[in-house]
Design a protein around this ligand. Structure first.
Ligand code: GDP
Length: 455
């Protein structure tokens, strides 16, 4: 089945130059490629020191460690070879060039190794996603969540649930098939529906986690907002310069919103610097402001920054628009003339749950902001790490399952066996889609697109 597949190869280690480069080869020509390049196939799973030669002219490319993982006991389930060479540009170019000239071998596409592992049943789809998350993890909590998923946390659970649905379905189908026969127990529908009821409640409980698993994956969103010149960008830059800042310009970064990723107490927090929110006549600026306000409104926390020296009191953040989002007041530029926190009566009329006096320019009070944010993240994520659902895709599949089960439970008990069976079948299908057991072609490209080449 796999023998007509092309053999793929790629640089699987990081960007050269580096001390070592790992080139992986996967597919039916893996063994032959090793014979051509190093003159032999090493014993399985044993590292051997070899000379790598260009098969075209016998020219020595490098000395390497070679490893051989024959099918099916390899990461992808196919024959795999690994050459660890010196991580120089020319070494890697010569090796990849030589591999490309071997018949049946070509460069791997992004995620293609993992895709083969999936197609060969070595990983289910949720484990593939866990692997992608593990590679992308920026904080310890994200890493732990991704690792649990890679090890089948949600996949195994979904598979157990799917088996339970299928058992219930089997009862209903028995009732349908043998309804005329005397020795089939009269009531098979009740036990089937009882099982469906229980399952429905269990899955609904797993979904009622407030989306925290997804948040841990994506990061808690904290928006820095406030009137122009209050010091928002200065604050963001100061926070980004801290050791905890993860400098990763996001592809989604636009002119209007800048993102900085922070690791606070091990939890991911994404800070957004939004364009100054104020009344404006300029249509371009108005659009920027509209987007900034929308991002801020969707955030988990808003830091409303004001210039504590400003004589006019700036408008408060529009609480109507932000719904339940928590909002803190940061009184900036206290280095200029000191600052007086608002008195209780001034304070009570505001929408803020907290006020902090800071100087983004001198750094005064910034530790307090970071400490408060870390506390906020810790409280938010408490007990989250066991969350089952880490992606919208999982949530959608489980919601569809619950709704199919609900529908089955709503059918009248007698005479509706066919309809109940249909609902249970659809519940089994949505659970099967979660792990990639049934018709998932359409989502595969979306999932594997996120991978880098060589993974
Ligand atoms: P934004 O429009 O809210 O992003 O404001 P900026 O960060 O661009 O700051 C506006 C001006 O205020 C700049 O000239 C900053 O140098 C200055 N500024 C920002 N924070 C402070 C501060 O804490 N103290 C003082 N003295 N100046 C500040």
């Amino acid at each position: 089945m796999t023998s007509d597949r092309p053999t793929i190869f790629a640089l699987s280690s990081g960007r050269p130059p580096a001390a070592v480069a790992v080139v992986r080869i996967c597919g039916p020509q893996g063994g032959r490629a090793l014979e051509l390049l190093i003159g032999r196939v090493p014993p399985p799973r044993r590292a051997v020191l070899v000379r790598v030669r260009d098969p075209a002219d016998g020219d020595i490319i490098d000395e390497a460690l070679a490893l051989w993982f024959p099918a099916p006991n390899s990461e992808t389930g196919e024959d795999m070879a690994e050459l660890q060479v010196h991580g120089g540009q020319a070494v890697i170019a010569a090796l990849l060039g030589a591999l490309g000239r071997i018949e049946g071998c070509r460069m791997a596409e992004p995620g293609e190794f993992t895709r083969r592992a999936f197609l060969n049943g070595r990983l289910d789809l949720t484990e593939v996603e866990g692997l992608a998350d593990l590679v992308a993890a920026e904080t310890p909590a994200q890493r732990r969540q991704a690792f649990r998923q890679l090890k089948g946390l949600i996949g195994d659970q979904a598979e157990t649930w799917r088996r339970q649905v299928i058992e219930a379905l089997a009862l209903v189908e028995a009732r349908i098939d043998f309804s005329d026969e005397a020795d089939v127990p009269e009531d098979l529908i009740d036990p089937a529906l009882n099982a469906a009821q229980q399952l429905c409640e269990t899955i609904a409980a797993a979904l009622a986690d407030g989306g925290r698993g997804e948040r841990l994956r994506d990061g808690l969103v904290v928006a820095i907002a406030g009137p122009p010149n209050a010091g928002k960008s200065t604050l963001l830059n100061r926070l980004a310069r801290r050791e905890a800042a993860i400098v990763s310009p996001y592809p989604g970064t636009t002119r209007d919103v800048i993102e900085v990723h922070l690791d606070l107490a091990g939890y991911p927090v994404t800070l957004l610097d939004t364009a100054g929110i104020r009344a404006s006549e300029d249509p371009v600026e108005r659009e920027g402001i509209r987007r900034a306000a929308a991002r801020a409104a969707a955030a988990d926390l808003v830091l409303w920054v004001i210039d504590s020296q400003a004589t006019e009191r700036a408008a408060d953040f529009d609480v109507e628009n932000i719904g339940k989002t928590e909002c803190w007041l940061l009184r900036n530029k206290v280095d200029l003339a000191g600052d007086k926190l608002w008195t209780n009566s001034e304070w009570q009329s505001t929408p803020y749950t907290r006020q902090l006096a800071i100087s983004a320019a001198t750094g005064a009070g910034i530790d307090g902001v970071v400490g408060a944010l870390a506390e906020f993240a810790r409280a938010y994520f408490a007990a989250t790490e066991s969350a089952l659902v880490t992606r919208a895709r999982h949530r959608q599949a489980l919601e569809q399952t619950v709704s199919a089960l609900d529908h089955a439970l709503g059918q009248s008990r007698s005479g509706a066996e066919e309809l109940i069976a249909e609902d249970l079948r659809s519940a089994a299908t949505t659970l099967g889609r979660l792990t990639g057991r049934v018709d998932v072609e359409d989502i595969l490209d979306v999932i594997f697109r996120d991978f880098c080449i060589g993974k």
